[in-house]
Ligand binder design. Structure first.
Ligand SMILES: [Zn+2]
Ligand SMILES: [Zn+2]
Length: 128
């Protein structure tokens, strides 16, 4: 859980396929959005991201195909995470609420942390 924000969760999620983004209303009143492209580039599953020091697929590809960045639907996983179903059939990425909030690309979040993405991927080693 985030130390800064306490526990927050998404209350309402809308997939805006025409805009290629997901809009989220959070329990702390924040209204944000993340693009499908960014979400897919940050898929936390072992095959995309790698694990235990082994690089994942996303460490090697430079570009994602159109089916890989189109979200078909989103399922809740327990009380703490969401699992997108992508058009290419990929569905093994469990995004925790905390991770999703970090991937928020609204104006306010980007102004607070303008360098949080590098080539679409979240830069995670930013400790203050
Ligand atoms: Zn935001
Ligand atoms: Zn994945």
């Amino acid at each position: 859980m985030s130390h800064d924000l306490g526990y927050i969760e998404p209350l309402e999620i809308e997939l805006k396929r025409d805009l290629g983004q997901m809009q989220v209303k959070w329990s702390d009143g924040h209204e944000g959005h993340s693009t499908f492209v960014t979400l897919r580039w940050n898929c936390p599953c072992a095959s995309c991201r790698g694990e235990m020091g082994v690089p994942g697929r996303l460490d090697f590809v430079k570009k994602l195909g159109p089916d890989e960045i189109e979200m078909e639907s989103l399922e809740a996983v327990g009380l703490y995470a969401l699992r997108p179903i992508w058009k290419d059939g990929h569905e093994t990425g469990f995004y925790t609420h905390e991770h999703l909030r970090e991937l928020c690309e609204c104006e306010q979040c980007m102004a607070e942390r303008p360098t949080k993405f590098h080539h679409h991927r979240l830069v995670t080693n930013q400790h203050h």
